[in-house]
Design a protein around this ligand. Structure first.
Ligand code: CA
Ligand code: CA
Length: 229
């Protein structure tokens, strides 16, 4: 046993040294490693799915979120520092991004930029009668704010287009208990399926009230919609 105690640290030391030497580090990588020096835990980043006919060909397909670093490598968890700032530095340091694609089809990829995955990805169904389903998502941005935006996307001329947004508060909507993030089928306090239709409450409205009875019907414009300037 004495030998084992001696050999194991040697192996660890050797393998670490080898790894360190085998790669040239960029400034960002060094920053990331320093940032997580006092790492306390890991945060799991879940993949989200939504099934529906998003391209309008009459067949259902599967929308999938993909979380990767700047090299394109899939990331399913990140170390969390002792404070939130360390975690954010790490996310920016490795260039953590989220993209959404249709599985098995060469359609447009929706790129969300620097983000830590999603809070939710929900098929709304065909809300604007163009035979294509719309999808709504809330991204998990690496920031200090609870304020966020729910975004509705549709495949318009084979390109993902944002056609509706409304404000949400993460502290109200995604306030779960325990380590496992629930799979949301609606956005609590902001989007509900109520009496057979989707209704919403916009957190940006002065008279915001999360009660489902006071929510308004979710109206989705068609693909020709252009953002007001
Ligand atoms: Ca389809
Ligand atoms: Ca539609």
């Amino acid at each position: 046993m004495k030998y084992l105690y001696f050999i194991v640290p040697l192996i660890i030391l050797f393998s670490c040294t080898k790894k360190e030497n085998s790669q040239t580090k960029t400034q960002k990588q060094i920053l990331s490693e320093n940032t997580i020096y006092n790492q306390s835990d890991y945060m799991k980043i879940d993949i989200h799915y939504a099934e529906g006919d998003f391209d309008g060909d009459g067949n259902k397909e599967k929308l999938v979120s993909f979380i990767s670093d700047s090299t394109g490598k899939a990331i399913d968890s990140i170390p969390t520092g002792n404070d939130w700032g360390e975690t954010l530095d790490y996310a920016f340091g490795i260039g953590l991004t989220t993209t959404i694609y249709i599985e098995g089809k060469k359609t447009d990829t929706l790129k969300l930029g620097t983000s830590m995955g999603l809070y939710c990805l929900i098929n709304l169904g065909d809300m604007n009668n163009d035979k294509k389903d719309e999808v709504i998502l809330v991204a998990d941005w690496p920031d200090y704010s609870n304020l966020n935006t729910a975004r509705v996307y549709s495949l318009c001329d084979n390109k993902w287009k944002e056609i509706k947004t409304f404000g949400v508060n993460e502290g109200i909507a995604f306030d779960w208990e325990g380590d496992i993030r629930p799979t949301y089928k609606d956005i609590p306090g902001f989007l509900k399926h109520y009496k057979g239709k989707w209704v919403i409450a916009d957190y940006n409205d002065e008279d915001y009230n999360g009660q489902v009875e006071n929510m308004k019907p979710l109206l989705i414009p068609n693909c020709n919609f252009s953002h007001k300037k």
